[in-house]
Structure formats: C-alpha cells, structure tokens
Design a protein around this ligand. Sequence first.
Ligand SMILES: *[C@@H]1O[C@H](CO)[C@@H](O)[C@H](O)[C@H]1NC(C)=O
Ligand SMILES: *[C@@H]1O[C@H](CO)[C@@H](O)[C@H](O)[C@H]1NC(C)=O
Ligand SMILES: *[C@@H]1O[C@H](CO)[C@@H](O)[C@H](O)[C@H]1NC(C)=O
Ligand SMILES: *[C@@H]1O[C@H](CO)[C@@H](O)[C@H](O)[C@H]1NC(C)=O
Ligand SMILES: *[C@@H]1O[C@H](CO)[C@@H](O)[C@H](O)[C@H]1NC(C)=O
Length: 175
Amino acid sequence: MLLVKAFAAVVLASGFHFVQTAPTLAQGFKNDLAIANLFISNPIQSDVTSSYNSTLNVLVIDEDYPDEKPVHCQIEWEAGTAPPDTTQYQCDNVTTRAWFPENTFKGVKNFQLQFARTVIDSTVGECPQYCYLTKYAAVNLTYPGTPNYECDTKNATCEQRVNTTIKAPVFLSVA
Ligand SMILES: *[C@@H]1O[C@H](CO)[C@@H](O)[C@H](O)[C@H]1NC(C)=O
Ligand SMILES: *[C@@H]1O[C@H](CO)[C@@H](O)[C@H](O)[C@H]1NC(C)=O
Ligand SMILES: *[C@@H]1O[C@H](CO)[C@@H](O)[C@H](O)[C@H]1NC(C)=O
Ligand SMILES: *[C@@H]1O[C@H](CO)[C@@H](O)[C@H](O)[C@H]1NC(C)=O
Ligand SMILES: *[C@@H]1O[C@H](CO)[C@@H](O)[C@H](O)[C@H]1NC(C)=O
C-alpha cells in the first residue's frame, strides 16, 4: 500500500512546486497531471425517470512520467444519488485516485474533478519509509468553455476530443 507519511512537508503550490525535505526539486513534483479520453454520462439529466447509472471514465497522465501508461479511472454512481465525493480508489492502479469534490458536480456541463497520485521518489527521503510523494490536482470541466470538451445536451453526455489533453494543475504536494 502506498500511504502518505504525515510528518513531512506540505507545500501549497501555485505555479511551481518544491519539497521542503529535499535539497533539490523532487523528480516527481515538477509538472502537473493531465487528462485524456474523458467521457461522462448522466442519463437522469436528460430523462428524470432514468434509472441508469451515471459514469465517468478518464485517463490520468502524470506529466512528470510521460512515458508511463496513463491510469484509467471510472467513477460510477446510481441515478438520483450524489456522485462520490470521497477519496476512495476509483482507478485501475492504486497509485491514483479520482473523485468529485463535495458539492461541485452541477451536471455534465459543469463539474470539478480532483486527483491524487502517489509516486516513489528516493530523492525526498529514504525508502521504504520516507520516499512517498503525493500530488493533488484539479480540473474544471465546463461546456461551453473548456477547450476540447464537448457535450451532447440531449443525451446528457460529454466527451473530450480524441488525441487532446487537458491540464489538471497540481494544487498541493505532500511528501
Ligand atoms: C450502479 O452503480 C453502483 C455504485 O457504483 C453499483 O454498485 C452498481 O452495480 C451499478 N449498477 C449497474 C447496473 O451497473
Ligand atoms: C501502476 O503504476 C506504477 C507506477 O506508475 C507502475 O510501475 C505499475 O506497473 C502500474 N501497475 C499496473 C497494474 O498498471
Ligand atoms: C475551479 O473552479 C472553482 C470555482 O470557480 C475555482 O475556485 C477553482 O480555482 C477552479 N480550479 C481550477 C483548477 O481551475
Ligand atoms: C448517448 O449516451 C450513451 C451513454 O449513456 C452513449 O453510449 C451513446 O454513445 C450516446 N449517444 C451519442 C449520440 O452520443
Ligand atoms: C489520434 O492519434 C492517433 C495516433 O497518433 C492517430 O492515428 C489518429 O488518426 C488520431 N485521431 C484523430 C481524430 O486525430
């Protein structure tokens, strides 16, 4: 299990990030996350009697590790219920989590997604205890507004254009 160690540095980042425990910039903390292939469907939004689940699928890219396979995340919730706003694992790889921050989901045309991604980086401290880095990132999706994000209002679905990425800036880094 990858767990964040609570004792160490918490760095609020705006524009650039650094880790107080490391003499140099930690490798895993230089860049942001990005998303690709986002698809969201919220059937109850176009048909109030629908009992179909709502789903969001997305690929999460860590720009610090551009050669790694993107992590697929799926968030699913039942018709008429609030979408998950917890930090439980919704992704195929335990390195990554995805969720909707509480009260930010206003429908497929206006919501925020947050991600947490944990990597092992021995430049911040000794492994195995002190070498975990977690960065938290957020992205707002609005239609119209967000480039490469398109909605089919009648169907209550939205998708990201193929072969595009949308940046999810890191807002907090924890070592
Ligand atoms: C609907 O979503 C809930 C919550 O994720 C899940 O437990 C359930 O199996 C889903 N139902 C269907 C038909 O996929
Ligand atoms: C999970 O991610 C880590 C780090 O990016 C990678 O080394 C590992 O192969 C991935 N595991 C799976 C099952 O994709
Ligand atoms: C998303 O929108 C909220 C509310 O407008 C704003 O406070 C926040 O800074 C935005 N976040 C990003 C990553 O754009
Ligand atoms: C309508 O939404 C469903 C999922 O709810 C999706 O499979 C289908 O492709 C969508 N139709 C169009 C025309 O986008
Ligand atoms: C997306 O990228 C792939 C691989 O580079 C390419 O084969 C495909 O034509 C692209 N699709 C579009 C719609 O640009």
